[in-house]
Ligand binder design. Structure first.
Ligand SMILES: Nc1ncnc2c1ncn2[C@@H]1O[C@H](COP(=O)(O)OP(=O)(O)OP(=O)(O)O)[C@@H](O)[C@H]1O
Ligand SMILES: [Mg+2]
Length: 225
């Protein structure tokens, strides 16, 4: 169980333990909020979570999240959620950073936000693929469930990722859409794949409010892709 109600319904119980799951979506589709909520839900049921960010420092990550009714600070103070800002220029030691933090805090959930940011510094697709495989095996060997955020190109939302390699490695793929329907943009989520589950094959609406993301598993979204 992820602890995110609607998501657990779509996945008929949640993300299987030790899976590495891609969270794909265009800019602003809600990937970071979704991923942090995954860690928060974990922390609340005693599963510590590690959040590796390349894009912002802990302060600015927190500032955005302060808008929400979540009690994030409490979990950070108790070391149930750790936010680590990582400089992609020092990419060589990323695996050590992830591994030592997982061990120190006994993390059961890990978020990498995002692999696209890594791609700005590593041009070689084979190296990106290797990094993904390394993160996946680290997650499996430490008993963690991992979310890897990847930015989908907004000019072609049918492509899940920039490098077209991520999807082949992952155990599961969740796609977050932010698309126009008539005169407004709406949010929806689709389980592209999730090994080992009989998951929903429909696109479902979700909302972002001050309580975070709410998925409506009984509703279907009208999305033209
Ligand atoms: N407190 C809030 N209440 C409602 N909606 C919010 C709130 N905070 C953020 N949002 C919405 O969430 C969007 C950003 O979500 P998020 O940062 O998770 O997206 P992202 O997919 O990670 O984007 P990026 O690609 O830029 O990293 C904002 O553009 C805004 O529409
Ligand atoms: Mg983000």
């Amino acid at each position: 169980m992820t602890g995110i109600d609607g998501l657990d319904v779509l996945l008929e119980g949640g993300i299987p333990k030790n899976h590495t799951v891609l969270v794909a979506g265009t800019s602003g589709s809600g990937k970071s909020i979704f991923s942090m909520q995954f860690l928060l839900a974990g922390a609340e049921k005693g599963e510590p979570g590690l959040y590796i960010t390349f894009e912002e420092d802990e302060e600015s990550v927190l500032k955005v999240l302060e808008e929400f009714s979540w009690n994030l600070k409490k979990h950070i103070k108790a070391d149930k959620i750790r936010i680590i800002r990582y400089d992609p220029y020092r990419f060589q030691d990323i695996m050590d950073i992830i591994s030592s933090n997982i061990k120190q805090m006994g993390a059961k959930r890990v978020v990498i936000d995002s692999i696209s940011a890594i791609g700005l510094y590593i041009q070689d697709v084979r190296e990106i693929r290797k990094t993904l495989v390394d993160i996946q095996s680290l997650a499996k060997s430490t008993g963690c469930t991992a979310l890897i955020v990847t930015e989908a190109p907004s000019d072609n939302p049918k492509r899940l990722s920039r490098f077209d390699v991520e999807e082949f490695v992952a155990d599961g793929i969740l796609v977050l859409y932010y698309t126009p329907v008539a005169n407004e943009y709406t949010r929806s989520i689709f389980v592209w794949k999730m090994r080992g589950t009989s998951h929903s094959k429909k696109i479902h609406p979700f909302k972002i409010t001050k309580d975070g993301i709410t998925i409506y598993p009984k509703e279907e979204a009208l999305v033209k892709l």
